[in-house]
Design a protein around this ligand. Sequence first.
Ligand SMILES: [Fe+2]
Ligand SMILES: [Fe+2]
Length: 328
Amino acid sequence: MVDDPGARAHAGPSRGALAVAAADQPSSAIALAGDDFTRLLAPTSERLARIHRQQIEREPWPDFAAFERDRYPQGLRREAARHWALRAVAEHGSIHQFSALTRALCEARVGLELLGPLARLITDEVRHADLCARMALACDPEGPQASPRAFAWPTPRAPWSDAPGASDRPRLLAWAASAILIASCLGETISRPMYDALVVVCTDPIAGQVLRQIQRDEHLHAAFGWDALALLWPALDEGGRAAVQESLRRAFGGFETTTACGFTIDQVAGRELTIGRGDAPNLGVLEPAQYAMIFFATVEQELFPALASIGLDPAAAWAGRTLYRDDA
Ligand SMILES: [Fe+2]
Ligand SMILES: [Fe+2]
């Protein structure tokens, strides 16, 4: 039966999955044993692994085993690993956000041309999470044991409340527009120049390959958001548009808190942004001031004009933004 390629497999679990069920021990991919990011890569069954790889390996997969760990001091590797692990967790958060958006748009019964790109986005984010987690482990396999808190994988929290039901269509559409605004228009447009800069500063061939794979996708992810938001905007009533404007105000504060690394716009205003490859090794890390300057430049040069072209008021939202501090 198995030897005949024309034969159709009977329905049911694969041998590997059955062995897990028979052993009555939860798979490490499901049991919450430890909560560091390495669980993102926990094995399941051979069959699911194959399907997963077919989904995510669209480009030649980086050869993580070829990463030359000995070329770099441990402190540098651990710091880079921490950044890569945070990226893996953020990419996993994108899967969480885009799948919530997919569900809301299904309930709103929008056309399939909005769902196809979203399905691509979700697959891409799974790939990004996988790539970043493997890069973190390549940099510093001992990191998660040595400092579990620096490599934690907390439960993802969406930056919005749950979507309303389809019976309240105006609110459902406004919810979807806000989610697209936050996760795609803002999130992806901000991350794009970050990856552009990381590609420039990174000196390692494997890390560079990972960065370029992600960078290429983020262009498409932002493009989805801008078109989807422009298409939804005319369907929103006055209350819906006001809700999206309020989401913009809150999101500006949220992104500034998480991306500007504590710098204010005044602190970086007079400084010149230089992104270049230095003599020192770099495994895919920017300086905090570079993150901040890229963030403020992107807000001004890209986000403001794009948001205004749809009908939002970015200047008012920016002026009213609130920063969220851990100690606040
Ligand atoms: Fe991503
Ligand atoms: Fe993305």
